[in-house]
Design a protein around this ligand. Structure first.
Ligand code: ADP
Ligand code: MG
Length: 332
């Protein structure tokens, strides 16, 4: 089905779907769960009230996770392989996509922590190589890029470097010491996200967060001898803006329009993902948004990509859930 370039090894995008359980609040207000994972790869819509309606009721993906699956399971059976390829010099991106309150942050936070723990494990087991792990974090809100490790509120500029491609000017990078250092940095980021925000929910539903780990390693026996084989790659954990605003435009394949209510980065990401999943080698419009420009080296080509689509099972969310599943279908 997929076109292969001469000699090019091309990975398809790993598409995972995670259904969250009904929350206590939803249960208390008599909300009904209409979606059910019937095995490891299929999710089914079961609303007998809507039997005979025109939309498909079963959807199949690489892997689906039921409401009682832990984030560790999602990590081990889904994201792990892709995230850990960074130690072998392979770039990767892991996205959480879904409507606000579907579980993106819950999922991504856990995956980031498990990955970091395992990377440090790996580093300790491979003492023949010297590793450096650098942490950085940004937020993209209304196409403005902000450093989540820095307290000044100045938007960061993107520059084109002839060798490295798009770089983020003056971004702060911290050399990561260990897992508890990660926890410390994550709480700084969390605090930065909240500063000056009167309507935090509104903002977190519209902004994208990227946590990046850049890892370099070289064989110790060659260190300082100038002919060392250095491996460098990064893994990106991307907690996307709520899909509710872009969902209709995305599933309808509408062309990108200017407008405050449409999230340019989310729409462009959708277009890029659709093209990559079809194996197209023509022009891919990475430069149309900040998010895709920044992630370009870690999307497509030799990079590896996983998208975790998070879903609410609630009847009242059925339209958004379907939109998320349609996006997930486009990506696989
Ligand atoms: P989002 O980031 O998509 O807006 P959150 O990750 O903040 O959503 O999740 C919304 C709420 O649901 C949070 O209180 C979170 O703890 C809870 N939640 C999300 N996913 C799960 C899950 N798989 N199991 C249990 N609780 C979850
Ligand atoms: Mg969130």
């Amino acid at each position: 089905e997929k076109m292969q370039g001469a000699g090019a090894r091309e990975e398809k995008i790993l598409v995972l779907v995670r259904l969250r359980p009904l929350s206590e609040k939803e249960v208390a207000s008599n909300e009904v769960a209409d979606w059910e994972c019937i095995n490891d790869t299929s999710i089914l819509y079961r609303n007998t009230l809507r039997e005979g309606s025109t939309f498909p009721t079963a959807y199949t993906f690489d892997r689906v996770f039921r409401g009682d699956c832990s984030t560790r399971q999602v990590y081990e059976e889904g994201a792990q392989q892709i995230a850990l390829s960074v130690v072998n010099g392979i770039n990767s991106s892991i996205f959480a996509y879904g409507q606000t309150s579907s579980g993106k942050t819950y999922t991504m936070d856990g995956i980031t922590e498990f990955t970091v723990a395992e990377i440090f494990d790996y580093i300790h087991r491979h003492e023949e190589r010297a590793f450096v792990v650098k942490f950085s974090a940004i937020e993209i809100y209304n196409e403005a890029v902000r450093d989540l490790l820095s307290s000044d509120n100045i938007p960061l500029r993107l520059l084109d470097d002839p060798e490295r491609g798009t770089i983020i000017e003056k971004i702060r990078e911290e050399v990561l010491r260990d897992w508890s250092h990660l926890k410390e940095l994550l709480s700084i980021c969390e605090a930065q996200r909240q500063i000056g925000e009167t309507a935090l929910n509104e903002k977190s539903s519209r902004s994208h967060q990227i946590i990046r780990l850049a890892i370099e390693s070289s064989a110790r026996e060659f260190l300082g001898k100038g002919n060392s084989t250095t491996l460098a790659a990064s893994v990106n954990f991307v907690d996307l803006a709520g899909s509710e605003r872009a969902a209709q435009a995305l599933s309808a394949g509408t062309r990108l329009k200017e407008g405050s209510h449409i999230n340019r980065s989310l729409l462009t990401l959708g277009t890029v993902i659709r093209k990559l999943s079809k194996g197209r080698h023509g022009h891919i419009n990475y430069r149309d948004s900040k998010l895709t420009r920044i992630l370009q080296p870690c999307l497509g080509g030799n990079a590896r990509t996983a998208i975790i689509c998070t879903l609410s099972p609630a009847r009242s969310h059925v339209e958004q859930t379907r939109n998320t599943l349609l996006f997930a279908c486009c990506a696989k």
